[in-house]
Design a binder for this molecule. Structure first.
Ligand code: NDP
Length: 251
C-alpha cells in the first residue's frame, strides 16, 4: 500500500480557487483524490477546476455563513457519495494598528479565518462518521507563533484556529478523525502581493530572514497537505507544522 495514495478519497478545500488553497488542492488531485474547490469567486473557481481536470469541481460558498457550509457538505456528499477530507484554508487579512479597527473589520477577519473552520468542521462531522473517519487540515500562519503591529485580528484568528484544531483532535480521535494545522510562511499569493504594497520593507525582511532565501510558492504546501490527508498521518493529530523555509526558527 502507498501510504500517500488518496484514490477514492473526497476532499473539500475552502479558498481552493486560488493561492495556497489551489496549491494544496493540486497536491490532492495528483495523489488521486476527488476535490471540491469552495469559494466566492466562481469565475476563478471554475477556471481552477478546469485546470485540475475531471476529478475537480467548484462550488460557490461563503464560508462565513452556516447555511453555506452545510450546503457545501450536502452537495459534495450527494455528488460524490462521501466526504473524507476538509481543508479549512479560506482567509483574509486587514492591516491596521489595533486602535484603528472598526468592529466590523475585526468580526470579518475572525469570521473568515476562524469561525468558518468551526462551521465547516461541524458540517463535515456526520459525513466523516459515515466514511469511517476523516482528515481535517486547518491553516494557521507565521502569525500563530509570532506577531506584528498590524495583525491584531489576523494573529488572534491564527492563534485561535490552532487551538480549535487541537480541541477537535482530542474530541474526535475516537471517531478516527485526525485534525492538524499547517503554518505557512511567506507565500507569494494575491494576499501577500497586497501586503507587499502595504507593509514597508516586507520583501526585504522575507528575503533576508527566511533561511531558504526565497518566498514560498503555493506548490510548496502540496506535499504537507497530502501527508496530513493520507493514511501516512493516521497517528498524527493535533499538531501544527510550519512550512516556512525556516522563517520562524531564525533567531
Ligand atoms: P488568497 O487571497 O490567494 O486566497 C484566499 C482564499 O480564501 C481565496 O481563494 C478566497 O476565495 C477565499 N476566501 C476568502 N473569504 C472567503 C469566504 N468568505 N468564503 C469562501 N472563501 C473565501 O490568499 P492565500 O492563498 O495567501 O491564503 C490562503 C490561506 O493561507 C489563508 O487562510 C491565509 O491566512 C493563509 N496564510 C497565507 C500566507 C501567505 O504568505 N500567503 C501565510 C500564512 C497563512 P474568493 O476569492 O472566492 O473569495
Amino acid at each position: 500500500m502507498n501510504p500517500f495514495d488518496l484514490t477514492g478519497r473526497v476532499a473539500i478545500v475552502t479558498g481552493g480557487n486560488g493561492g495556497i488553497g489551489l496549491g494544496m488542492a493540486t497536491g490532492l488531485i495528483n495523489a488521486g483524490a476527488t476535490v471540491v474547490l469552495a469559494g466566492r469567486n466562481a469565475a476563478k473557481g471554475k477556471a481552477a477546476a478546469k485546470e485540475l481536470g475531471e476529478r475537480a469541481s467548484f462550488a460557490t460558498a461563503d464560508v462565513t455563513q452556516k447555511e453555506a457550509c452545510d450546503k457545501l457538505v450536502r452537495a459534495t456528499t450527494r455528488k460524490h457519495g462521501r466526504l473524507d477530507i476538509m481543508i479549512c484554508n479560506a482567509g483574509i487579512g486587514i492591516r491596521k494598528q489595533p486602535q484603528d479597527y472598526a468592529l466590523e473589520e475585526w468580526n470579518a477577519v475572525i469570521a473568515t479565518n476562524l469561525t468558518s473552520a468551526f462551521l465547516c468542521c461541524q458540517a463535515a462531522y456526520p459525513a466523516f462518521l459515515k466514511s469511517g473517519g476523516g482528515k481535517i487540515v486547518t491553516i494557521g500562519s507565521v502569525m500563530t507563533l509570532m506577531a506584528a503591529p498590524h495583525t491584531a485580528p489576523y494573529a488572534a484568528s491564527k492563534g485561535g484556529i490552532v487551538q480549535f484544531t487541537r480541541a477537535l483532535a482530542t474530541a474526535w480521535a475516537k471517531d478516527n478523525i485526525q485534525a492538524n494545522s499547517i503554518l505557512p510562511g511567506w507565500i507569494d499569493t494575491d494576499m501577500t502581493q497586497a501586503a507587499r504594497s502595504q507593509v514597508a520593507g516586507l520583501n526585504d525582511n522575507v528575503m533576508t530572514r527566511t533561511p531558504a532565501g526565497r518566498w514560498g510558492v503555493p506548490a510548496d504546501l502540496a506535499g504537507l497537505a497530502v501527508f496530513l490527508c493520507a493514511p501516512a498521518s493516521d497517528f498524527v493529530t493535533g499538531t501544527a507544522i510550519p512550512c516556512d523555509g525556516g522563517y520562524t526558527i531564525r533567531g
